[in-house]
Every structure is written in structure tokens, then in C-alpha cells.
Write a protein that binds this ligand. Structure first.
Ligand code: SF4
Ligand code: SF4
Length: 220
């Protein structure tokens, strides 16, 4: 009942991936027809053959791996293959269709994060880590437009700093190990499977799921 809809979303996403690496979305397509529509099938096949002939072969042969090894996840294999096949570096994030699960990225609002580290503890892929540093320039830049549901001490601290600042902050501060509640979340999009556990457990709702894939970072 749902397979064709899921497949449609995957094809749409894959077209975006192929475009991003310079292969071109038009090499892949999806058509709907029933088993009684033989002439439509033939016409569609001919349409694709014509299209592919016009596009011609890809400019160079693939390099690197072309087969999944047993220790590789499907995700790792996909990213590795995209890297092998890429004809250009991705210029912008690839949109992820709204219903397609497992792809996307997370975004952490540093002005809301209180460094509790629960997100890192629940992440099944170890895609979240922490650095003992405070990105004050980014925090002070974002705090003006930030709307927190809860006014925490942390939030008041950043708000006050932004108000009294005599000049824009330009330095990322090193945080003493004993104060690692001021740590900065480090996110690895290559590992993330968008299980949403981090966003659900965050007491400050500082993590958002964004429906786009940061392919440039993933393939770098
Ligand atoms: S969405 Fe899941 S896999 Fe991705 S960072 Fe959050 S907990 Fe980890
Ligand atoms: S769970 Fe939320 S508040 Fe805690 S470290 Fe992660 S992002 Fe920050």
C-alpha cells in the first residue's frame, strides 16, 4: 500500500544526490503504470533510452570501492560510492523529502544548550561529541533572535553579555575541564541516522531536525 510512495521519496532524494555530485538527476526516473499498460512501458523504456543516449556516458570511470564490504553499513557504502562517482563537489545541501526517514541533519542551538550531554549519551551512532570550548561569537550573534521557552540562568548570562558587550566577540574561548557544562556540541553528519533520540531527550529543546543532507561535509 505504501511501497510506491516510499520509493517515490527515495527516488526524489537520490535524484538530488546525483545532481549534487554532478552526475545529473535526469539519469534516474520513476514512472507509474500497471501490468496491463504494455505500450506505456515500451514508450517509457524508449524515452529513457533516448534520454540516456543524448546524455552520453559519464566522463570518467569510477575509482575506489564499488562493492559493499561486510563491515560497512549501507549508509557508509552510499556515501563512499557517491564520493567515488562524484564529478564535482556538492555546492549546497541536498533537500530530504518530508516523509523520508533516516536522512537529514541535526542543528544545535548553542544559546539554549546547557551542556548536560544527554544527547551524546543516547546517540546510538556516537555522532555527538563535546569539546571544552565556548563559541561566544556565534552565541552572541544568535542570542538576539533566539526565543527560548524557558529562561535559564545560561540564557540570562548570554543575553546580559550581549547587552553589555563593548565590541563584537571574535574569539572561541577555551573552557576549563571543571566547567565542562559550557562544552560545545560536535556533530558528525556522516554517522547520524536521524533517529531523533537526541532531539527527544534534550531538556532545553536545543536540537532540531533539519530535512536536508550536508553532503559537502559528508563527502569532504
Ligand atoms: S539523530 Fe540519532 S543518530 Fe543522529 S545525532 Fe541524534 S541521536 Fe545520534
Ligand atoms: S541534550 Fe540538549 S542541552 Fe543537553 S547537551 Fe545536548 S543539546 Fe545541550
Amino acid at each position: 500500500m505504501e511501497g510506491n510512495f516510499k520509493a517515490e521519496q527515495r527516488v526524489q532524494f537520490t535524484k538530488g544526490l546525483l545532481d549534487a555530485v554532478g552526475i545529473g538527476a535526469e539519469r534516474l526516473d520513476m514512472f507509474f503504470m500497471s501490468s496491463s499498460m504494455a505500450p506505456t512501458l515500451v514508450n517509457t523504456m524508449n524515452l529513457m533510452i533516448d534520454r540516456i543516449r543524448k546524455l552520453g556516458p559519464l566522463p570518467r570511470k569510477w575509482s575506489g570501492i564499488t562493492q559493499k564490504s561486510p563491515d560497512m553499513s549501507k549508509r557508509e557504502f552510499l556515501f563512499q560510492m557517491l564520493k567515488n562517482m562524484s564529478l564535482k563537489a556538492p555546492e549546497k545541501p541536498v533537500p530530504v523529502p518530508p516523509e523520508l526517514e533516516e536522512f537529514g541533519r541535526i542543528e544545535c542551538d548553542l544559546t539554549g544548550c546547557i551542556g548536560c550531554k544527554r544527547c551524546g549519551e543516547v546517540c546510538p551512532e556516537k555522532a555527538i561529541d563535546f569539546k571544552t570550548e565556548l563559541d561566544l561569537p556565534l552565541i552572541l550573534q544568535n542570542i538576539a533572535g533566539s526565543k527560548q521557552e524557558r529562561v535559564t540562568k545560561r540564557y540570562m548570562l548570554y543575553k546580559t553579555l550581549a547587552k553589555i558587550a563593548a565590541k563584537p566577540s571574535s574569539k572561541i574561548l577555551q573552557v576549563p575541564n571543571e566547567m565542562d557544562e559550557f562544552c560545545k556540541l560536535q556533530y558528525n553528519p556522516k554517522k547520524c541516522v536521524i533517529c531523533e533520540k537526541c532531539a527527544k531527550i534534550c531538556p532545553e529543546r536545543a536540537i532540531k531536525i533539519i530535512k536536508e543532507l550536508d553532503l559537502a561535509t559528508i563527502l569532504s
